[in-house]
Design a protein around this ligand. Structure first.
Ligand SMILES: O=C(O)CCC(=O)C(=O)O
Ligand SMILES: [Fe+2]
Length: 299
């Protein structure tokens, strides 16, 4: 029978005695309840195909099309078509390195993500973990003064701005989500649409708070993030090929961990779109996003 074993942190559970492609509706009921309770699930040793992984994603909702609209699963990989490792100058490599900052997926799009499902195809000999942080527990741990300070604040989210902050800049429109205008504005305190639990909605893509000077806003966002992403609210998954891990982007942050980039690491990612009722934000023009891009490097 499907077994749910909570991890020794505030988030996450390991799900065993189950084969994802053969999941019954009764098992799904257990898995979905565990997802809402724990915010992240680890399924060791599943070895899913592309299709099995996206079919599993469809249990949660509509798949977000990350590239050309036909692919449901995308590779998160440093491997070039000739089999060798990418070099550091490639845009896709910078995107991979950008993933090493704490973030929530697609918060920079009008419709933010609900769930991300990652599976390990090829893992490096060490490092390359994926780390998760529980923003429900992080909110619970805030003092009353901070809670009051942030209660009505919201931040703009932009991949363009977060990559620029990390030292990586791109031509506008160079890849998925790289837009300088129309950054979504999202409240710092999010109420989960199913559980009703409050969580901090922050991460590297958050970059500006209306009504606050930019340096003050960035300092506040950085301080909240630093305080939030600490034990016992974090879990680092050490991948074995075939493992599957998923998380609820509405209340869990994640980041990739470094490894020797001469080695190959290939992950497969399926992203489930948020429900419009809770994750869709009407975007307006954000004419200030360019301020994060040094004018000489907008190549
Ligand atoms: O490569 C990883 O470990 C995580 C990448 C990531 O940010 C994602 O899958 O959304
Ligand atoms: Fe991500």
């Amino acid at each position: 029978m499907v077994t749910v074993t909570p991890l020794e942190t505030t988030l996450g559970a390991r799900i065993t005695e189950i084969k994802i492609p053969e999941m019954t509706n009764d098992e799904w009921t257990v898995v979905e309840a565990a997802f809402h309770e724990h915010g992240a699930l680890v399924f060791p040793d599943q070895h899913l195909t592309d299709e099995e992984q996206s079919t599993f994603g469809e249990r949660f909702g509509d798949i977000e099309m990350l590239r050309d609209g036909s692919q449901k699963a995308v590779a998160i990989s440093n491997q070039k078509p000739d089999g060798t490792a990418m070099d550091a100058e490639e845009t896709r490599f910078k995107t991979l390195r950008g993933n090493e900052g704490w973030h929530t997926d697609s918060s920079y799009m009008p419709l933010a993500a609900k769930v991300s499902i990652l599976s390990a195809q090829v893992v490096p000999s060490s490092g390359g973990e994926t780390e998760l942080a529980d923003m429900r527990a992080a909110y619970d741990a805030l003092d009353e003064v901070t809670r009051e300070r942030i209660a009505d604040l919201a931040a703009y989210h932009s991949l363009y701005a977060s990559q620029a902050k990390a030292g990586y800049t791109f031509k506008t429109g160079e890849g998925y989500g790289y837009h300088t205008k129309g950054a979504p504005l999202r409240p710092l305190v999010k109420v989960h649409p199913v559980t009703g639990r409050k969580s901090l909605f922050i991460g590297r893509h958050a970059y500006r708070i209306p009504g606050m000077p930019d340096d003050e806003a960035q300092a506040l966002l950085d301080d909240l993030l630093d305080a939030a992403c600490k034990p016992p609210r974090t879990y680092a998954h050490q991948w074995k090929a075939g493992d599957v891990m998923l998380w609820d982007n509405r209340c869990i942050l994640h980041r990739a961990c470094p490894y020797d980039y001469n080695e190959i690491r290939v992950m497969r990612h399926v992203r489930v779109a948020g429900e419009p009722e809770s994750e869709l934000v009407v975007t307006g023009p954000d004419e200030h996003a360019d301020a994060f891009v040094p004018s000489t490097s907008n190549r």
